[in-house]
Design a binder for this molecule. Structure first.
Ligand code: HEM
Length: 463
């Protein structure tokens, strides 16, 4: 009897192994026979990096799409890549088949932000961080900080008064870092803010520099400032532990006892959130000022909407959450700005295994780039795509065609806060100030976000 069972076990195992081997061969054979997407890989190592980064990325994308279709291969930043330019393919990579495409960043960026930050992870650790971040940035939480954001906006704009010219992007960055710090630390630990900002600015300075960690390089100073930042955060965390008080801000959410995050994990994620929140929102705000200055009818409509809100709050003072829900025209201006400016031209994923994708092979390790900018600027998705026309958002865009905050498990958890802080500052800007651009402003810098040339120098005066 025992011999019979042994025979049965052995034959079943042999059969299963052969079947597995056969299936693996079949998968390998199918993949080996699949063609790579069409396209060119450019020069050895540098590939087509220069062609992509030296001009409006749309010129690169459009000429490739015209020649090769909506999926094509190329080689940028030292990596073989597949670029995908249709809304459906973007959904596959970011949502339906997201398990096959992991987020990917250069190792130097990971080191600088901190390896344990949300962007670099998947699975349980990522879901936990996302829950904690969303808990602090959902409408129910951020509606409690509207009046603080209101004060930050008023103070920022007052600091612009009387100056001969303003570099919009720089000033917006000051506004957005202050809002980011408010959302992370609430109104506490104010005495550490200046020191935190000083270290953060040094980190930011070295972020896009060559990753050479030798004394004297920007990268080296940034890595040093990164360590100092972690020390300041460790001090704040231990102070909060001693005080044993509850906080409803992001740091409070990360420090919840049940969450079990280490101090290093908290520090990496606090720094990560500042990175994600600051330049993105400041860049969109810079574009908004440009588009409003260039489109007087739209500016008039926004101003009328905001003046009506200002009149309605005369007896009670500052803005409240309900006011921001009455800003329909302004909201469409923000949406249209994010579409036209498409500050994040694309994002990066990496194939975790050989993937069959729309009849092509994407080899394991290759980068996959959904082209947000191309999708936003395609006439198939938006009529007259190069026209700035906020009224187009009176009708909801077709699915997967409007992705300023990405899509899927890594989509932007800060989008509600970003929209709120933009609405608040536009309210004060349009009701109290006039601004004009200093000279013609047609140039765009792409590094890394698409930004008006020189950060949009403007003149501003009180109404
Ligand atoms: C207008 C401003 C903003 C834009 C356009 C923007 C855009 C994006 C996009 C496209 C992604 C997804 C990237 C990808 O899939 O690879 C993302 C992720 C993220 N954003 Fe934003 N963002 C903005 C503001 C903010 C703010 C204000 C915060 C925080 C307060 C924030 C926090 C994050 C975080 C933590 C992630 C990573 C999420 C994850 O990996 O799960 N962002 N953002």
């Amino acid at each position: 009897m025992e011999l019979v069972s042994l025979f049965f076990v052995v034959t079943t195992s042999i059969f299963t192994l052969s079947l597995l081997n056969y299936s693996l061969k079949l998968v390998w054979w199918r993949h080996a026979r699949l063609p790579l997407p069409p396209g060119t890989m450019g020069w050895p190592y540098i590939g087509e990096t220069f062609q992509l980064y030296s001009q409006n990325p749309n010129t690169f994308f459009s000429s490739k799409v015209k020649k090769y279709g909506s999926i094509f291969k190329t080689h940028v930043l030292g990596c073989p890549c597949v670029m995908i330019s249709s809304p459906e393919a973007a959904k596959l990579v970011l949502v339906s088949k997201a398990h096959l495409f992991k987020p990917t960043f250069p190792a130097s960026k990971e080191r600088m932000i901190g390896k344990q930050a949300i962007f670099f992870h998947e699975g349980d650790y990522h879901s936990k961080l996302r829950r904690l971040v969303l808990r602090s940035f959902m409408p129910d939480s951020i509606k409690n900080i509207v009046s603080d954001i209101d004060s930050i906006a008023i103070n920022s704009l007052e600091s612009w008064e009387g100056r001969t010219f303003i570099t919009t992007f720089q000033e917006m960055k000051t506004y957005t870092i202050n809002v980011a710090l408010l959302s992370i630390f609430g109104k506490d630990e104010v005495s550490y803010r200046d020191e935190l900002k000083k270290c953060y600015y040094t980190v930011e300075n070295g972020y896009n520099s060559l990753p050479i960690n030798l004394p004297g390089t920007l990268f080296h100073s940034a890595m040093k400032a990164r360590k100092d930042l972690a020390k300041i955060l460790a001090t704040i965390i231990s102070l909060r532990r001693e005080m044993k008080t509850d906080h409803s801000d992001l740091l409070g959410s990360f420090m919840g006892d049940a969450e079990g995050l280490t101090d290093d994990q908290i520090a990496d994620n606090v720094i990560g959130v500042i990175f994600a929140a600051r330049d993105t929102t400041a860049t969109v705000l810079t574009w908004i000022l440009k588009y409003l200055a260039e489109n007087p009818t739209v500016l008039q409509a926004v101003t009328e909407e905001q003046e009506a809100i200002m009149r309605s709050k005369e007896d009670r003072g500052g803005l409240i959450w309900a006011d921001t829900k009455k800003m329909g025209v302004t909201t469409k201006v923000i949406q249209e700005t994010m579409r036209v400016a498409s500050i994040l031209s694309f994002t990066f994923r990496e194939a975790v295994e050989d993937v069959e994708f729309k009849g092509y092979l994407i080899p394991k390790g290759w980068k996959v780039l959904p082209l947000f900018r191309h999708i936003h600027h395609s006439p198939e998705n938006f009529t007259d795509p190069h026209n700035f026309d906020p009224s187009r958002f009176e009708v909801a865009p077709k699915p997967n065609t409007f992705l300023p905050f990405g899509s899927g498990a890594h989509s932007c958890p800060g989008n509600e806060l970003a929209k709120l802080e933009m609405l608040v500052i536009i309210h004060h800007l349009t009701t109290k100030y006039r601004w004009s651009m200093m000279g013609p402003q047609n140039g765009i810098q792409y590094g890394p976000f698409a930004l008006p040339q020189n950060g949009l120098p403007i003149k501003i005066s009180l109404k």
